[in-house]
Design a protein around this ligand. Sequence first.
Ligand code: SIN
Ligand code: FE2
Length: 220
Amino acid sequence: MKQAGGTQDLFGGPPQAPTREDLAADALLLRSFVMADAPLQEAIQAVLARSPWRQMTTMRGYTMSVAMSNCGTAGWISDRRGYRYSTTDPLTGQDWPALPPVLQDLAARAAAAAGYARFTPDACLLNRYLPGTAMGLHQDRNERDLSQPIVSVSLGIAATFLFGGAQRSDPTRRVELAHGDVVVWGGASRLHFHGIAKLKAARHPFAGEARINLTFRRAL
Ligand code: SIN
Ligand code: FE2
């Protein structure tokens, strides 16, 4: 509990308890769901040691502002041929790093909390946002089985998540996502448009001036 002017304001107080918030039909925000940072930091560093951050190109030849990597059997890629999943990392020519158990476990727990008892992701996209970067409204529709949800984990500095409807022109809800928040969407909102507004400069102990988003999906 926040006490204005009290010691909790000076010292930060205890970690926040997780809370749940409905964003739309079958779309759930689990705030402060991530409990321990160090195992996630280690797992992410191990992935990046093999498949480092890179800025991909769109079909039209633009360089994406958000840097990406992947782990798992399948990785999401974009290049002049379009968007798709690939079982090899085009940068290294090797398989993507395996999905670290700590990430698999986090995704499964979040999906279960949202009512998906047996979510076994085979793809984890890592997105790195620096201040000034953004992700335009899009649908996640390259996955084979659309009955499987999307689990999206926010780490580091905060961002404004835009969550719209089935049509690009539908109104979007603006939701502030902080470190440790997880959004799970599927079912009626599985193909809803979503994006990230341009990030404001900030610092967070998890990743300095960056926001790292992990998006888990069943792709193949
Ligand atoms: C995405 O839709 O791929 C990323 C969403 C996010 O960064 O929260
Ligand atoms: Fe997405």
